[in-house]
Design a protein around this ligand. Structure first.
Ligand SMILES: O=C(O)c1cc(=O)[nH]c(=O)n1[C@@H]1O[C@H](COP(=O)(O)O)[C@@H](O)[C@H]1O
Length: 237
């Protein structure tokens, strides 16, 4: 997967998505469809976005017993998406089953969507993790351990914060994808995100792709905000 700036389309209707995308005219984007949009608009939202030529990260963060995740992935493979995800906390068998389902569901001659595992959410601090999940490790150790499991299961990469990217690439190589949300420009509201970085910092740390939602979608001018983030991410400012 090419390095990308992925816009999180956290809207709840096709109308809102269309109004947002129309502002970008012919420009081809990489967008993320998450739970809010998928649950409200249904699978046809994927066809609508694809018709416009955009790439899609379908972020449903599957986490269930291996058979359930495998069968769900088989169904998702029929949708024309480029990237999907699961929670690494579901374990290695579950991740192997997710990959197998995706492979089985992908039509012959078509490319299988890339699959990555969420490690520790970017809204989680080390203290939260140790207290709520009872994991007696540093946050980086936990992320690295989940990333190693995901790699052993044959997945293409992980969702993590920029703070763990160097450790992951150091252990698992630069081809193992790191997709990092929690991206904010220096003056932006951080909202519920805890492990954050600017797009410049993400680039310098070697992140493969960044995910940006509210800093673009809630901006007064989303197109202008997108251009600023893109320049910083690509190092062309
Ligand atoms: O899997 C994700 O995309 C994800 C994982 C994670 O650890 N943190 C995280 O914020 N996300 C998603 O990335 C997006 C970030 O949105 P903003 O905080 O608005 O930029 C949201 O759609 C989240 O669901």
């Amino acid at each position: 997967m090419e390095k990308a700036l992925i816009i999180a389309l956290d809207f709840n209707s096709l109308e809102e998505v269309t109004a947002f995308l129309d502002q970008f005219q012919e420009e081809k984007l990489f967008v993320k469809v998450g739970m809010e949009l998928f649950y409200s608009a249904g699978p046809s939202i994927i066809t609508e976005i694809k018709k416009r030529g955009h790439q899609i990260f379908l972020d449903l963060k599957l986490h269930d017993i291996p058979n359930t995740v495998k069968q769900a992935m088989k169904v998702l493979a029929k949708l024309d998406v480029d990237l999907v995800n699961v929670h690494a906390a579901g374990g290695k068998w579950m991740m192997e089953a997710a990959l197998a389902g995706l492979q089985e569901g992908t039509q012959e001659g078509k490319q299988r969507p890339a699959i990555i595992a969420v490690t520790q959410l970017t809204s989680t601090t080390e203290e939260d993790m140790q207290h709520d999940q009872r994991i007696p490790l540093t946050l980086e150790q936990s992320v690295l351990s989940y990333a190693t499991l995901a790699s052993e299961a044959g997945l293409d990469g992980v969702v993590c914060s920029t703070h763990e990217v160097e450790a992951i690439h150091g252990k698992l190589g630069n081809d193992f994808l790191t997709v990092t949300p929690g991206i904010r420009m220096a003056d932006d509201d951080t909202h519920d995100q805890k492990r954050i970085a600017t797009p410049e910092k993400a680039r310098l740390l070697g992140t493969n792709s960044i995910v940006v939602g509210r800093s673009i979608t809630k901006a007064t001018s989303p197109v202008e905000a997108y251009r600023l983030v893109k320049k910083a991410w690509e190092g062309t400012n």
